[in-house]
Design a protein around this ligand. Structure first.
Ligand SMILES: NC(=O)c1ccc[n+]([C@@H]2O[C@H](COP(=O)([O-])OP(=O)(O)OC[C@H]3O[C@@H](n4cnc5c(N)ncnc54)[C@H](O)[C@@H]3O)[C@@H](O)[C@H]2O)c1
Length: 313
């Protein structure tokens, strides 16, 4: 276990409840804070459902579920949530002023040595910290959804984050079985979302230009290079085929790839006509409820298989 013991999570939504679960599963006392009782009750229900599904799939056991949940204290009081905390993860809605306000409150509510992390998806850590008194203890920890199944956490250094805060955060995340990585510059999208959305921009552009339909684009990933990605990612792959071949391919193809700095007009049109994907039953493709549900279940089952077998590197 890390020298940091008491963990607090602010915001008990989709990410917050899952992050609380990760620490509680690994023996840490956790306090989970949100604004109203109903959200907290839902968080407790969701954690139980996640742990049950995992036990059904051979990850953890049914008999430990109650003790994992008993390690989590649920509260609506910010001061109660953080006064004893060694490490706080902010996982409230993705709004800059809300996050800045919470970090300002934490200035006076936490002990000086407490490390304060934000789970923002894209907002600059430096900007979130800009209104706080002690900026050297503020850091980004970008967990991926669902946090109890995806190992990666991007640990992002803000302009004022020193090595010590980076290293302590890194060790804590390793102690709960996560795979932390260091992001040395606080840039929009950090590392993994930049990669992911470079691919999505090209995928949407291919559909928009009529080169292939949406299902075909996904087939090209699922039955092709996507199969290699878990064991052979881009930088290793570029070296495997050779930097000379990579240069020759880029020399020819880069000018043909999508490079628009704006979201695609097709994407805007879908949103305008409320074709919102799984939420509305139609997006780039048709999603009747049973098909959307199958997709969600397939992902959970696949991720649990990966966790059971261990990530291959
Ligand atoms: N959803 C994802 O896939 C994902 C992935 C990685 C990171 N993130 C980031 O994680 C953060 C949380 O996202 P989410 O998807 O869990 O959002 P969510 O809407 O599910 O949950 C946000 C929670 O914050 C609570 N909240 C709002 N203001 C609060 C306050 N002042 N004090 C305490 N709680 C407050 C809300 O009641 C809500 O329960 C965001 O910054 C988001 O960008 C999301």
């Amino acid at each position: 276990m890390s020298e940091m013991q008491n963990i607090s999570i602010i915001g008990a939504g989709l990410m917050g409840h899952g992050i609380a679960q990760v620490f509680a599963q690994n023996g840490y006392p956790v306090t989970l804070m949100d604004l109203n009782e109903e959200f907290l009750a839902n968080a407790a229900k969701n954690i139980r459902a996640n742990l049950t599904l995992m036990a059904e799939n051979g990850i953890g056991s049914y008999k430990d579920i109650d003790s994992v949940i008993s390690r989590i204290k649920f509260t609506m009081e910010m001061s109660e949530a953080v006064s004893e905390a060694d490490f706080v993860v902010e996982a409230v809605s993705e709004k800059l002023d809300l996050k800045q306000n919470i970090f300002q409150q934490l200035d006076s509510l936490c002990r000086r040595e407490t490390i304060l992390a934000t789970n923002t998806s894209v907002i600059s850590i430096t900007e979130i910290a800009s209104k706080s008194k002690y900026r050297d203890r503020i850091i980004g920890t970008h967990f991926w959804n669902p946090p109890y199944l995806i190992p990666l956490v991007e640990v992002i250094r803000g302009k004022d984050t020193p090595d010590e805060t980076m290293e302590k955060t890194f060790s804590l995340l390793q102690s709960v079985g996560k795979h932390p990585v260091r992001v040395n510059k606080d840039v929009p999208g950090f590392v993994a979302n930049r990669l992911q959305h470079a691919l999505w921009r090209e995928a949407i552009s291919i559909v928009e230009k009529g080169i292939a339909d949406a299902a075909t684009v996904d087939e090209c990933v699922k039955y092709g290079f996507g199969l290699r990605l878990p064991v052979l990612a881009p930088m290793e792959n570029a070296d495997m085929v050779g930097t000379d071949l990579t240069l020759a391919i880029h020399d020819y193809i880069l000018k043909h790839l999508e490079s628009s700095p704006e979201p695609s007009p097709l994407l805007r049109k879908l949103v305008e006509e409320r074709s919102l994907g799984f939420k509305s039953g139609k997006g780039f493709q048709e999603w009747p409820e049973n098909k959307a549900d199958e997709s969600r279940k397939r992902l959970q089952k696949y991720l649990m298989g990966v966790i059971k077998e261990g990530v291959k590197t």
